[in-house]
Structures are given as structure tokens and as C-alpha cells.
Design a protein around this ligand. Structure first.
Ligand code: ZN
Length: 167
């Protein structure tokens, strides 16, 4: 757990991960510390985690983007994550139910969710776009950085970023 910004609660990232992010130039801005409504951006060119509010979920999400930004370009990492998310979409272990549900949305989309920019008129998910970066950040905030909620074959992508579950 690390206090990464005075306006935020402690985030379940490893101190060494926060050190690495800071050393690589990542900074955090919280636009409205009095709100927790959420939202934010990761600006790669400025290495800025730009949070609209002090919401923990958004902080975990955008920090995950910052962490994955370089790692996704190492070898076949991006494709490996996508393959793991497809496998997660078929996971039946009840411990990983929340993550598996998110994975199914990323893989198959949400036919009931309108998307005027989609050729089908509904949100088709992230797999069709090969969007590993939203898969990575979406799962991170989806489980709020709790690695106990991810099976081994997905958890390994977050090793070094989030605190290891107490065993
Ligand atoms: Zn995102």
C-alpha cells in the first residue's frame, strides 16, 4: 500500500512499483480533491496520471495504464495479455467471477449497450480492436488492485505492480 498523492487513500501498489513510476517521470494530478466521482486520463506524452477527482478506482486504473505503457511493448506481452483475457472469459471458478464477467465483456462486447461509433450500433468490446491497454487497466480497477481476485494466468501480468495477496 502506498500513499501516492495527498488527496488519495492508500493504493494497493507495491512501494517498488511506485518508485519505478516516479523514477520514469510519472506524476499524478488530482483536479478536484473534494470529489470522488471518478474519471481521468493517462497522458503518455506528459507521463501524467490526470485524475478528475480523488476516487481510488480511477487512480488504480490510470496508474495501471502508466505501468503497462512500456511493458506492453516488451516482446509479445500485449498479445499474451489478450490471450489470457480470452481464457479468463471462460473461467468458471467462482473466486474469479467478477474478473471473468469483465473479460466476457471485453471479448464479446455488450450487445445491449448502444455505441453510435460501432458498425453494429452496440459496444463490441476490446478484443475486436486488439485493445490490450484497456483490458489491462480495466481489469486492474475492476478488481481494485486485489490480485486474489485474478487467476494465476492473469495475475502474473500484474506481478510487481500490486501487492501480493496474503497467503
Ligand atoms: Zn483506461
Amino acid at each position: 500500500m502506498v500513499k501516492v498523492h495527498p488527496a488519495l487513500p492508500e493504493i494497493p501498489i507495491q512501494p517498488a512499483a511506485w518508485d519505478w513510476l516516479q523514477r520514469s517521470g510519472v506524476t499524478i494530478r488530482v483536479r478536484d480533491p473534494s470529489s470522488t466521482r471518478g474519471g481521468g486520463f493517462w497522458w503518455p506524452d506528459r507521463k501524467l496520471v490526470d485524475l478528475f477527482t480523488a476516487q481510488e478506482e480511477a487512480a488504480i486504473h490510470e496508474l495501471a495504464h502508466a505501468w503497462w505503457h512500456e511493458r506492453r511493448l516488451q516482446g509479445t506481452a500485449a498479445a499474451e495479455l489478450i490471450v489470457a483475457v480470452v481464457r479468463l472469459s471462460e473461467e468458471s471458478d467462482p473466486r474469479y467471477q467478477r474478473a471473468a464477467e469483465l473479460a466476457r465483456q471485453y471479448v464479446y462486447g455488450i450487445p445491449s449497450q448502444p455505441d453510435p461509433n460501432s458498425p453494429t450500433g452496440w459496444w463490441r468490446g476490446l478484443l475486436v480492436e486488439g485493445n490490450d491497454w484497456e483490458m489491462f487497466a480495466g481489469l486492474a480497477s475492476g478488481v481494485m488492485g486485489n490480485l486474489a481476485l485474478l487467476p494465476d494466468y492473469v495475475r502474473c501480468f500484474y506481478t510487481g505492480l500490486f501487492d501480493e495477496p496474503a497467503s
